[in-house]
Design a binder for this molecule. Sequence first.
Ligand code: SF4
Ligand code: SF4
Ligand code: SF4
Length: 305
Amino acid sequence: MGTTPTIFNIQRFSTHDGPGIRTTVFFKGCPLRCAWCHNPESQSYAPELLVDSSRCTGCGMCVEACPEGAIALGEDGRARLDRDRCRACGECVDLCAQGCREVAGEPAAEPRELVEQLLRDRSFFERSGGGVTLSGGECLAQDEGYLAELCSRLHARGIRVAIDTCGDVPWERIERLLPDVDLWLYDIKAADDVLHRRLTGSSNMRIWDNLGHLARSGAAVRVRMPLVSPVNDDMACIDATIRLLLERVGTVPVSLLPYHAAGNGKYRRLDRVPREDFRVPADDELASIRDRFLDAGFSDVEIGG
Ligand code: SF4
Ligand code: SF4
Ligand code: SF4
């Protein structure tokens, strides 16, 4: 089965990651570095410590407990972390009475065990037409067979499976999952490769190639596009995206996902600086973008979801 992947969250009763009520499993690690990513703790493959210093009372308990000597009290009396020394062991987490500290990322349970855990919500899946979504980060990035076994076991128990992917992975990782995946939520950011590199740190060539392969395979695909103002919501960018979609996959279902800044606090807890220059496109802008897709022949275009 290969290396056990790392997960950082299992979210029950999700209604934003595919149809119906779903449980979403978030895998850690991503080949992209989107400037607006609202799960910055998902990007690194390794577990990471998040620290909310605003609640720190300077009690010093974590300083004493850290086996790596990675914590010291700063001039303001609050705990300061040396990230080069921290190995995210979690020793300092439970003893902090203020709940300042949290480790993101742990080895996933064996597929058989994880399936049993996910089956607890089976009745909700059945009543709502929902199921399980595998997301991230990029769930396929660290996959050496784990996901194939997980998807196959879920399918064998009658659970519908969706995969949320950025598509920047070798095609073989997508191809081997085709028999056991019911829906591909396929994220695109921009048609222009120069812009894509600027926004995400990576080329979009493989992403669009894989989307074409996926469509030709006959798989059910819903394209999802984050709309981040002022970086990819102008009509030149939208028109270029529409043209490339028509060329590669035709009028697939589309979800337009307005940017939100909900992840900014997590950047600070990781000692990273969130972008403050992005904004949510206005409602009339979103409506115009949706109309552009509808005018081009796309019939299933939703905002959000
Ligand atoms: S244990 Fe919590 S409250 Fe105490 S110094 Fe560490 S982070 Fe601050
Ligand atoms: S997670 Fe472990 S290594 Fe990191 S600061 Fe806490 S105790 Fe130290
Ligand atoms: S593809 Fe998704 S998880 Fe990866 S960096 Fe971009 S927004 Fe974050």
